[in-house]
Every structure is written in structure tokens, then in C-alpha cells.
Ligand binder design. Structure first.
Ligand code: BES
Ligand code: MN
Ligand code: ZN
Length: 502
């Protein structure tokens, strides 16, 4: 799928889109039967107005009507999409539904190329419109049939998508387009890794993916094996890997896009390639979905790929502790006490609370980078799904000025990219729940506020830098008929980094 920017030149500024040659021109109409400016510019013969009047299209956001070769129009087809209430600048919601409806309609058409000529969106830049549409169109053609012996053979006919923009917006739109395509590629990588089952997506596979990204985009990848992880005294990480035959890997991927002396942003991703729960074994129903437990790692790799492709001028390091959580004769038992790389001891009361056990050592390791900010991303708790559902990732940081600023940056990046997060509290009272009679802390804090006590656990390993935690248990994948990875939070993270790079 090829995207491009089509600036409105002097000629088309005069005649509107009448002369636009394309297999399918997309223009908007409103619920009150009014036409958008682009639609009106086509309607010399009054065909569109008549279709609206006759009720062939309601104009409600997301409604569509296809017209073939309207009189006096160069395009082979005109796709009318409803934009809801009339406005010179439409709402984000109307734009989202219009783009979604257009993508759906086009997937059922024989059109090989299209030109999108929708109105500007209220309080949003042309960059936003372009990025939103690119992500939606790419989402609409994503297929997860890599391991089916019979591939989905319905061809994707739509090859070229052009955005009609004002001449003055063309440069900004082109830059936005390059970034949006890179972001979509990053989302696709995260989805592919997430969907890949644990017998393919092993810690070694994640490490090889990091090496490939390094080779493709001029980054450096360092892969530490079990011996090196032992030498670093990552007793907590290794306790999770203990029962697995599949070897653990500790992955460090560096993008040096900024000045050498600039402190990096570090992304730390949970890379549990399968979470059985360990000796605290999970129930069987839907356990297959625990292949998605490396989605944090997948989102780090997806984001690194995206910023590599866009050559982002920022130093960013991806850190991924990767292993399986398996039951076995040599697996960690409930009650076992382990010593983390930080020296703090942990009583493992539940081996299914393993994400925090691998992340804490990765967070300690991260101190060496003297980071400007650290964000960890993890499918950490079912409790986060209970708290926030499937729509928002949970965002946790300390509550002081520096961390409030980081939280605001992340929340804004989430809103901007449509990949939203919601801030949750942490603090002393919740921390009390992590008391252990035998070690410095327990790895669980009981059923109350489970996503919060998990964040409090991580916070104890992040005292030396500015840190935020994203719990993506509810957002990184979908269950049921639409089962699959979403690629979240690659859009949030990439947007955050783009904004940081300035
Ligand atoms: N990977 C799970 C969390 C999870 C649950 C992700 C559902 C996605 C969907 C995590 O390792 C886990 O098992 N957490 C436990 C923690 C509990 C034992 C304190 C949980 O949420 O039940
Ligand atoms: Mn678990
Ligand atoms: Zn897990």
C-alpha cells in the first residue's frame, strides 16, 4: 500500500476536484444533507445533492454511498462518506468513522487507487489527519495468515492512497506521511511478534529480531545469554526462567539518533514469550493468550523499528528481558526467596506474578545508561484489565513534578495517536501491601489494587531516574472472535519519542 500527498494546485483550486483523475475520489457529506466543499465542487450536475435528498446516504458519520462516473467528473467513482453534523472543521470522531468506513468500502471495490479529499479536523493538524488515516488503512489490510497453509487469497486491490491537501500544508503532510508509514510498519511488527505462538516467538526469536532491526537501521544490538545474565546477578529474572528449557535472553538495542552526550530515553519491555504461571499454574481456559505476554517487548521492537525508519534524532535504548515462565522440577516454588540485581530480596509468593520479577532486574540494569527517562511496557496484571478495560493502558509514575510532567507527555502522546492511557495512583499505603515476613518484599500485594501494587513493586527499582510504567494487559491484544495483537502501544510510544525529538 503506497501513500502519497497530492497538493491542490492552482487549477484544481479553481475547478475543485472535477478534474482529479483517480479510481475512487472520497468526499464528505453531512447529516443535514449539506455537501462538504470538495463534494460541492463536483456536483455541477446535482447528482450528489439528489442522492442526499432521496435518502440514499444519511450523512451520519460512517455512512457511505458509491457513485460510478458521475457526470462531469474525471474520477471513475466517487465515494461519499458521511461526516455527521455539518461543520467547516469536522470532529475527530467523525473523521475516524469516515476513514474507517472508507477503508471498509474500498476493501470491497475493484479500485486500485484513491484520493481522499475530506475536510480539516477541528483542533488537529494535517499531520494528525494523515497519520490517523494511514494507521487505519494499514490496520484494515493486516492479515494474520503467516502460519496458515492456505493463505487468504482475496487480493488487496487498493494499491495507492493519496491525500488531497492545501498547497501550504504539503511539506508538513509529506513529513507526517513518512512518519506515519514508519509507525504503521512498527505496529505491524509488534502485531506479528504478538500473534506468533510461543513455539516460534522464543526469546531467541526476539533477540534475532532485534539484531535484524540493528542491521536494517544502523543500530547496535547486544544479546546477553544465560551465563552473562548470571554474571550480572539478575537473580530475580533467572528465577522466572528457571523452569524453562528455552534459553533466556537479555536484549539491548541502541538507536543513536541524538548527540553522543545526550541522555537516552530507555524503553523496557516485558518479554515473557509464554506465561503458564509457573508452579502457580494458570487455569487452562484461554491460556493460549499468554503467548501475548511478550507484547511489551514487541512494542519496544516495533517502536525501535519505527524510529529507525524515520531516522529520529534522539537517543533511544530498548531493553528486553525475555524468557518463558514454565513449571518444572527445577522451577521456582512459591515461598522461594531470590536476590535481585539491586541486592533487594524478594519472597516469591506467587510464581504467576513473574513480569515484575524480570522487569525489576532490567530496570536496575538500565541505571547504567543515566537515562533522561525510562518507560517500561508490560502485560503486567489482569487487575489492570479489571480497572480500565480494553480501551486505556494503565499509566503509573511517582507523584512529583518531574513525574507529573512525564505522565502528561505520555498521556498527550496517547491522545494524539488515538492510543490512549489513563493515569493510576501509586504510593505508600499501597506499598505496605508488599510486606514480607522473610524478605525485603513479597512479589504480590493481594487482590486489592493489583495493578497498583505491581507498579509499586517496580517503583522500588527505579529510584535513580525518572520513570513511568505502562500496563498494557488490556490493550495489547484482543480475545474472542477478533483474537490478535493490536500493536499497542507503538503509536503512543512513537508519538512520545517524535515529540521529544522536537
Ligand atoms: N501476564 C499476566 C497478566 C495478564 C493477565 C496479562 C491477563 C494479560 C491478560 C501476569 O503475569 C499475571 O499472571 N499476573 C497475575 C498477577 C497476580 C498473580 C498477582 C494476574 O494478573 O492474575
Ligand atoms: Mn503471570
Ligand atoms: Zn505474565
Amino acid at each position: 500500500m503506497d501513500f502519497s500527498i497530492k497538493p491542490i494546485d492552482a487549477k484544481s483550486a479553481a475547478t475543485g476536484h472535477k478534474a482529479t483523475k483517480t479510481a475512487c475520489l472520497i468526499v464528505g457529506v453531512f447529516e443535514n444533507k449539506k455537501l462538504s466543499a470538495a463534494a460541492a465542487s463536483l456536483d455541477g450536475a446535482g447528482l450528489i445533492a439528489a442522492a442526499l435528498k432521496a435518502g440514499d446516504i444519511s450523512g451520519k458519520a460512517g455512512s457511505t454511498l458509491l457513485l460510478r462516473k458521475p457526470e462531469g467528473v474525471a474520477a471513475e467513482r466517487v465515494l461519499l462518506v458521511g461526516l455527521g453534523e455539518e461543520a467547516a472543521e469536522i470532529s475527530e470522531k467523525a473523521y475516524n468513522s469516515a476513514i474507517g468506513a472508507a477503508a471498509r468500502a474500498l476493501s470491497a471495490l475493484g479500485a486500485a487507487d484513491t484520493v481522499i479529499a475530506l475536510p480539516a479536523v477541528k483542533a488537529q493538524s494535517v499531520q494528525w489527519s494523515v497519520r490517523t488515516a494511514v494507521l487505519a488503512f494499514r490496520e484494515s489490510i493486516f492479515r494474520a495468515d503467516g502460519l496458515k497453509s492456505k493463505k487468504d487469497t482475496t487480493p488487496v486491490t487498493l494499491k495507492k492512497i493519496a491525500f488531497s491537501v492545501a498547497q501550504s500544508d504539503a511539506t508538513a503532510a509529506r513529513n507526517a506521511l513518512a512518519q506515519a508509514v514508519a509507525m504503521a510498519n512498527g505496529v505491524d511488527l509488534a502485531k506479528e511478534l504478538g500473534n506468533l505462538p510461543a513455539n516460534y516467538c522464543t526469546p531467541t526469536h526476539l533477540a534475532n529480531t532485534a539484531k535484524q532491526i540493528a542491521a536494517d537501521y544502523g543500530m547496535t544490538a547486544e544479546i546477553l545469554d544465560k551465563k552473562q545474565i548470571q554474571a550480572l546477578k539478575m537473580g530475580s529474572f533467572l528465577s522466572v526462567a528457571a523452569g524453562a528449557i528455552e534459553p533466556p535472553k537479555f536484549i539491548v538495542l541502541k538507536h543513536n539518533g541524538g548527540k553522543a552526550k545526550d541522555a537516552p530515553v530507555v524503553l523496557v519491555g516485558k518479554g515473557i514469550t509464554f506465561d503458564t504461571g509457573g508452579i502457580s499454574l494458570k487455569p487452562g481456559l484461554n491460556m493460549d493468550e499468554m503467548k501475548f505476554d511478550m507484547s511489551g517487548a514487541g512494542s519496544v521492537l516495533g517502536t525501535m523499528r519505527a524510529i529507525g525508519e524515520m531516522k529520529l534524532k534522539l537517543n533511544v535504548i530498548g531493553v528486553i528481558p525475555a524468557c518463558e515462565n514454565m513449571p518444572a522440577g527445577n522451577a521456582t516454588r512459591p515461598g522461594d526467596i531470590v536476590t535481585s540485581m539491586s541486592g533487594q530480596t524478594i519472597e516469591i509468593l506467587n510464581t504467576d506474578a513473574e513480569g515484575r520479577l524480570i522487569l525489576c532486574d532490567a530496570l536496575t540494569y538500565t541505571e547504567r545508561f543515566k537515562p533522561a527517562a525510562v518507560i517500561d511496557i508490560a502485560t503486567l496484571t489482569g487487575a489492570c484489565v479489571t480497572a480500565l478495560g480494553y480501551h486505556n493502558s494503565g499509566l503509573f509514575t511517582r507523584h512529583d513534578d518531574a513525574h507529573d510532567a512525564l505522565a502528561d507527555e505520555l498521556l498527550a502522546a496517547g491522545k494524539e495517536s488515538g492510543d490512549t492511557a489513563w493515569r493510576m495512583p501509586i504510593g505508600e499505603l499501597y506499598n505496605d501491601q508488599l510486606k514480607s515476613n522473610f524478605a525485603d518484599m513479597a512479589n504480590i500485594g493481594g487482590p486489592a489494587g493489583g495493578s497498583i501494587t505491581a507498579a509499586c513493586f517496580l517503583e522500588r527499582f527505579t529510584k535513580k531516574y525518572t520513570w513511568a510504567h505502562l500496563d498494557v494487559a488490556g490493550t495489547a491484544s484482543r480475545s474472542g472472535a477478533a483474537k490478535g495483537s493490536t500493536g499497542r502501544p507503538v503509536p503512543l510510544l512513537t508519538t512520545f519519542l517524535i515529540n521529544r525529538a522536537g
